[in-house]
Design a binder for this molecule. Structure first.
Ligand SMILES: [Zn+2]
Length: 393
């Protein structure tokens, strides 16, 4: 297939020659006919989302979720341009977490769509803070200190597919755990934490590599200078993920955070919950009830605490441009190459380059509205979603 679109800051029109599911060559589009696409549209590598709890009413954290539902989430995410993602399992009982992990392994065996999209599991918790605010919507009774033996049992249930784990370094057991997990190739992320600046620094020395949704999962009020947010922002050894949905962080904070962390260390995640892609109302996140308001804000009913988001990656990219003044290419980098790099997948996906998987998004960029409209999503060299039909193929 010869796929046409523009790439790069100069809006260069290119044709991607796609063979056997890979980008075989990139040539500058001349007058020759192409099979699909258009020089008025733009091309990006497929979006990579490191934090997805569920979508479209289906939840990876429900132990009864079926392989067919997991395949359906994968197909629904194609509409948002996401072609690779990390299903995210949050704090719950050990047994419940094991069941949810096993469901994902079974789904990868039973669904080729999910297997292709499956970038590994993000285990968010249960080794997080028990304090209100930092623990967010995670149930307090299951938040606990890091336990390497337990983690290994989960990694076994997950067939070794846990690639990120989010924890709080406030536990005395944290540094030892981080050394072991990082040594085993798992990305250790700091999040849902009430840690001191020294504990943050120690965690990074022990091998922690990322901050999870920095600025969220935190106290409503903290010391203005000495706190875990500045410490993580200032640490150049930490990548950081951000939820840019207009609710989790005010626009001015998004701008300051992205500028201080830098484009090359920042990652956009949706942290989408089951209610993403659904109308406003009350839904379950794990065993916790959450409410999606008309504004798109997701909170614990009757509290100001956010409980995940309903944003979709293509909207998040547009909002990052709007709030922070980054270029479209920079925002795309934070949704493609950066998340692929942090989990060690550079060369496999996240970039448009020869030999990479032909997982791509063809889109229209409305510069005035800073809005990205997905026109088509290509997975493994096949058009799997086209906006003109509104259907996955
Ligand atoms: Zn979280």
């Amino acid at each position: 297939m010869r796929l046409r679109g523009c790439i790069g800051t100069n809006n260069d029109a290119v044709d991607l020659l796609i063979e056997r599911g890979q980008i075989a060559d990139i040539v500058y589009a001349a007058g020759s006919p192409c099979d699909f696409g258009d020089a008025n549209l733009r091309l990006s590598a497929g979006f990579v989302d490191l934090q997805v709890n569920g979508y479209g009413g289906m939840d990876f954290n429900d132990s009864a979720t079926t392989t067919e539902q997991i395949a359906e989430i994968t197909r629904r995410l194609w509409r948002t341009g996401v072609t690779k993602f990390c299903p995210t399992i949050i704090t719950e009982s050990a047994e419940h977490i094991s069941k949810c992990l096993s469901n994902l392994v079974r789904a990868a065996d039973g669904s080729p769509e999910f297997q292709h999209a499956f970038a590994g599991i993000h285990l968010e918790g249960p080794f997080i803070s028990t304090e209100d605010g930092p623990r967010g919507a995670h149930p307090r009774q299951h938040a606990c200190p890091p336990n390497w033996e337990q983690f290994q049992r989960w990694q076994e249930a997950a067939n070794g597919r846990i690639v990120i784990t989010t924890l709080s370094p406030e536990w005395p057991e944290a540094c030892k755990f981080i050394e072991r997990a990082a040594g085993a190739g798992v990305v250790v992320a700091i999040g849902h934490t009430a840690a001191t600046p020294q504990q943050i620094a120690d965690a990074v020395s022990a091998g922690a590599k990322m901050s999870t949704h920095l600025g969220n999962g935190s106290h409503a009020k903290i010391d203005r200078h000495v706190n875990y947010i500045w410490e993580q922002l200032a640490n150049d050894d930490l990548w950081a993920s951000f939820i840019v949905d207009g609710h989790h962080l005010p626009p001015s904070v998004v701008k300051c955070f992205l500028r201080s962390k830098g484009i090359n260390r920042s990652i956009l995640v949706t942290d989408a919950i089951a209610a993403a892609g659904c109308p406003p109302g009350k839904y379950k996140l794990g065993n916790v009830e959450v409410e999606v308001l008309e504004t798109g804000r997701v909170c614990l009913p009757g509290t100001p605490y956010l409980a995940g988001s309903a944003v979709e990656m293509h909207d998040s990219i547009g909002k990052a441009v709007l709030y922070s003044g980054v270029t479209l290419d920079e925002a795309l980098q934070m949704a493609t190459a950066n998340p692929a790099e942090v989990i060690g997948q550079t060369g496999n996906f996240g970039r448009i380059e020869k030999g990479a998987a032909a997982d791509l998004v063809l889109f229209d960029w409305d510069e005035t509205a800073t809005k990205l409209n997905v026109v088509a999503t290509i997975v493994n060299g096949e058009i799997v979603y086209h906006s003109s039909t509104g259907k996955e193929h």
